[in-house]
Design a protein around this ligand. Structure first.
Ligand code: ATP
Ligand code: MG
Length: 460
């Protein structure tokens, strides 16, 4: 999207005008909200991130043809001093998520955000995507009106006539005090009409439906429908992590958990090609794509572990194979993480799920690399993980068959409680330096979620 994110505040702008988080006023020199072309978006994002909110354009467009959505964030808002930083990251992520949906702008609106979409944009898709943006608590698809209470009343009457509720409340907030009617007058007037048309009773404490009326500078926004967002923190505010992504159920769910805490992710998948087929690669690309969809533009590293596994199978004691595979996966991951400036590794490991995940074995893995190894699913039940995989849409892809690199010549009786002394003794006889270098040399990178990585917010 090309836009004037560096524009100065208009000193003549009314104090109560919504403060834009971004976007361009209708009729401004740059066309408002052209579809966000990949590439152009990240430059505008960088400018946006480098710009203090006060420096952004003064007024959101009042074009009544635009559809607005009011977005509430919770945890983001709680980060007191860091709030502008989290807010900007959220705005950037919303813009990224809504690319191609004819969004005219994302604006700051009194502790909330407002997303304006042009009429030709797909409203259902906008809802679907917003409901996946971390940092959003909930949002309201809204209708916009000029300062014309009759028009508002007609719309509210239409909604009331559709019924579907036994009790209701009207809540009016006037953010622009020059509006001729007081909040209570608006509430009484609309309340009488809704009551008459729907037969529902007024209940100010626990209404089944609440109609919200927001009076802004020269416009009124009305909504009643609430759609839940995923909560959490905006992606990009929680550090950069390399997720080891297998073709199984767990690791994509671990990725979702980290995104939810604001982490930016890159993915790393190990395959055993050419010793097995490449089915796990296609699966990793598909899974990374689902986890990243509309949230990340990032990299998936594809590392051929087979080179190293062949030597382990030939030279190391059989029960130790999986531990040796895993320790070397972490070593390779650590090199990639360092290159990519990623601060931690993460896996979908879970305490005692399988033989390789006993506490003793996890401890052995932790003592392989200096980087922290995050395990967001450590204490989950498998059923909980499966349920979450279904809800984020990775389950079906995960259960499809593939050739797993760790299933490659699995030991019959794996070590369940190895000690560091034992594994170090084995590794001292098994020099894998050349193989690790070869795996790294032959690691390929594919892009997931779009062409280039989004600009990351600079820490404040
Ligand atoms: P499952 O649902 O089958 O348990 P999983 O992904 O948890 O799938 P595990 O064998 O339990 O598979 O592996 C534990 C963790 O090790 C994975 O969550 C993943 O982070 C990492 N891992 C395993 N195999 C690979 C692989 N081929 N490439 C990248 N990471 C892997
Ligand atoms: Mg597992």
């Amino acid at each position: 999207m090309r836009e004037e994110s560096g524009g100065r505040r208009d000193p003549g702008a009314p104090a109560a005008a919504p403060r834009p988080a971004e976007g361009a006023a209708e009729g401004a020199a740059e066309p408002a909200g052209e579809d966000l072309a990949p590439g152009a978006a990240s430059r505008a994002e960088e400018e946006l991130l480098a710009t203090e909110p006060e420096d952004l354009l003064p007024e959101a467009p009042r074009d009544p043809a635009l559809r607005s959505t009011i977005v509430h964030y919770d945890e983001v808002g709680l980060k007191r001093g860091n709030r502008p930083y989290f807010e900007r990251a959220l705005v950037r992520n919303i813009r990224h998520a809504l690319r191609g949906l004819s969004v005219a702008g994302v604006w700051r609106l009194y502790g909330r955000l407002r997303v304006d979409q042009r009429p030709e944009g797909d409203a259902g898709e906008l809802e679907r995507r917003l409901s996946r943006v971390h940092g959003i608590a909930h949002f309201h698809p809204a209708e916009r009106f000029p300062w014309d209470i009759d028009a508002v009343e007609r719309k509210v009457a239409e909604w009331a006539a559709e019924g579907g509720f036994e009790s209701f409340a009207i809540r009016c907030r006037r953010l622009e005090k020059h509006f001729p009617l007081r909040s209570q007058e608006v509430e009484v007037r609309l309340g009488a009409r809704v009551g008459a048309l729907s037969g529902a009773r007024v209940d100010l404490d626990h209404p089944e439906r609440t109609f919200h009326v927001l009076v802004l500078n020269q416009e009124i926004i009305v909504h009643w429908r609430r759609v839940e967002g995923p909560g959490g923190l905006p992606v990009g505010t929680g550090g950069r992590v390399l997720l080891l992504l297998s073709g199984g159920i767990d690791s994509p769910v671990a990725g979702e958990r980290l995104l939810r805490r604001g982490c930016h992710l890159q993915f790393l998948h190990f395959h055993s090609s050419p010793f097995t087929d490449r089915s796990s690669i296609d699966k990793a690309i598909e899974l990374a794509g689902i986890v990243a969809e509309h949230r990340l533009r990032t990299k998936l590293h594809l590392a051929p572990l087979g080179i190293l596994q062949r030597k382990i199978v030939a030279e190391a004691p059989e029960p130790w194979r999986v531990i040796l595979y895993r320790r070397n996966m972490l070593r390779i991951a650590a090199v990639i993480a360092r290159r990519e400036r990623l601060a931690a590794l993460a896996t979908g490991e879970n305490l005692a799920q399988v033989a390789s995940q006993t506490l003793e074995n996890l401890a052995l893995l932790d003592r392989t690399v200096e980087l922290p190894v995050l395990r967001p699913l450590l204490s989950y039940d498998k059923l909980e993980i499966m349920e979450e995989a279904r809800s984020i849409g990775t389950y079906e892809a995960s259960i499809a068959p593939h050739s797993d690199c760790c299933g490659y010549l699995l030991p019959r009786r794996p070590v369940v409680a190895g000690t560091l002394e034992e594994v170090e003794a084995i590794e001292s006889r098994l020099d894998l330096t050349a193989e690790i270098a070869e795996v790294l040399r032959r690691t390929e990178v594919v892009r997931v979620g779009g062409e280039d990585e989004p600009a990351e917010p600079a820490p404040e």
